[in-house]
Design a protein around this ligand. Sequence first.
Ligand SMILES: [Zn+2]
Length: 429
Amino acid sequence: MIETLRTAMLLRHLCANVRRDPVILAAEQDRLLRHTVEHAWRHVPFYRRYWLDAGFDPKKFGGLADLERIPIVSRATLDPAARAGELLATGVDREQCTWLDTTGTGGMPLRIYKQRREERVRRAVGLRIWLEHGFSWRDATVDFQRDAGPSHPLQRFGIAPKEFILCDVPAEQRLSRFLAMKPAVVVGTATALRRIARDVQRAGVAVRRPRVVFCAGEYADTFTRRLVKSVFGTEPVGVYGQSEVGYIGWQCEQRGAFHLNADTHLVEVRRDGRAARPGELGRLIVTDLYARTMPFLRYDAGDLAIAGGETCSCGRTLPVVQSMEGRVSGVLVAADGRPVTACAVVEALCEHILLEDVQVVQHATGEIELVVVETAATQDNIAAIVAALEQLLGRSAVVSTKPQWASPRDWKTRSVVSHFFTARDSGDR
Ligand SMILES: [Zn+2]
C-alpha cells in the first residue's frame, strides 16, 4: 500500500514535468545527475575503475553542463564488468533484487538487477505514457510479450486488468483471448500488431476500437501503421525503451517525434564526437538518472536516432528526438558508402512483401543478399522488391529464395542483418 502511494506521488510529479518550464526541468536533471555520478563513483567498482583509467575525475564534475566529460560505455565494456559483478553497487544483495535479462541482441544477455525504488520509477514512467494517451484505471490492456510481466495487486480488484499474450500461443487462442479482453489498450511489437490485425481480418470479426495501440520494441513501418489503423481504427503510437534502462521516449497524439523521459533519463544523440544537429543520424547515449543498483551512465546500447529540434507542437515541453532508427547492427552500407538504417530498409520493403517473409543480409560492401520465403505472392513481387532496394542502396541485390522460413518464435522480425557494419562507420561518439 505504501509502495502504491509512493508510486502515485512520483507519477504525479512526473506528469507535471511533461509541461514543466525547461529551466526547472534542467535544475532537476542537474540534481539527479550529480547524485547519480557521486553514487556510481562511491559505490560501483566498475565506474570507479573505468573513470580512473579514462582520466575522468568526478570530484571536479560540474553537473549537467559537464555531461560530455563522462566517458561513454558500451556493452563490450560493460559485459565483462557485469560478469565479474563489478557493475552492481557494493552491499547489494542479489537475492533481494528483482531482475530481467536483456534479449542479447546487443551481445550476450545481460541480467539487470533492480530494487524497489527503481521498479517504482520504471512503473511510473510507463504509466505516465499511458496517462498521456488518456488511460483510465478501468481500461483493460492486452500486452503481447515474450515473457509474462508482473501483475499488480490492484488488478485483483478489477483495476487496470491486463492480459499477457506470449508469442508461443497458437493463433486461434491468440485471437479468442484478445477478443475476450475487449482491450482499451493494446501493446505489442510491429510484428505482434500485424499478426493480431491479420487474425482479426481473417476471422472477419468486429472489434471494439481500442483507446490506444502502442507499438514498442520494433519500428512501426508505414504498412503496419496502415493495417492497424484499418483494423483497429487508430494508428499505433511509438514507444521506445531499452531493457537495461526502461522506457526512454514516446510519441504523443501527433505520432511524429518521440518525446523523451528527460526527467528520468538523459538522452543524447551523438555523431563524430559531438551532439548531432537536428535532422542528423547519430548514436543514442542514455544516462539513467534513477538506477542505483546497477547504474547506466552515458550508455551506448547500439541504437541509432535522428536528433530532433527544440519542441513539439503539442505543447509538451519534454524534449524530442525526431525518430528512432533501430540498431547499429542493422545498418547497411549503400554503394556510395552512405549508411542506411534498418528502418529505412524496412520502409522500402514493407509495401511489397510481408516483412516476416523477407530478410536482407549484407555480407560486405556491394554484397547484398535478398532472401525471401517462396510463396506465390513473393515470387510475383521480387522485381518490385529488388527495384526498391536498388533505389535505396544503389546496387543490384543478389536474390535467393528459401522454401520455408524458420518461423520466428518471437514477437520480433529481423528483416535486415548486417554482418560487417562497425561503430566506426556510423559517425559515432
Ligand atoms: Zn508532442
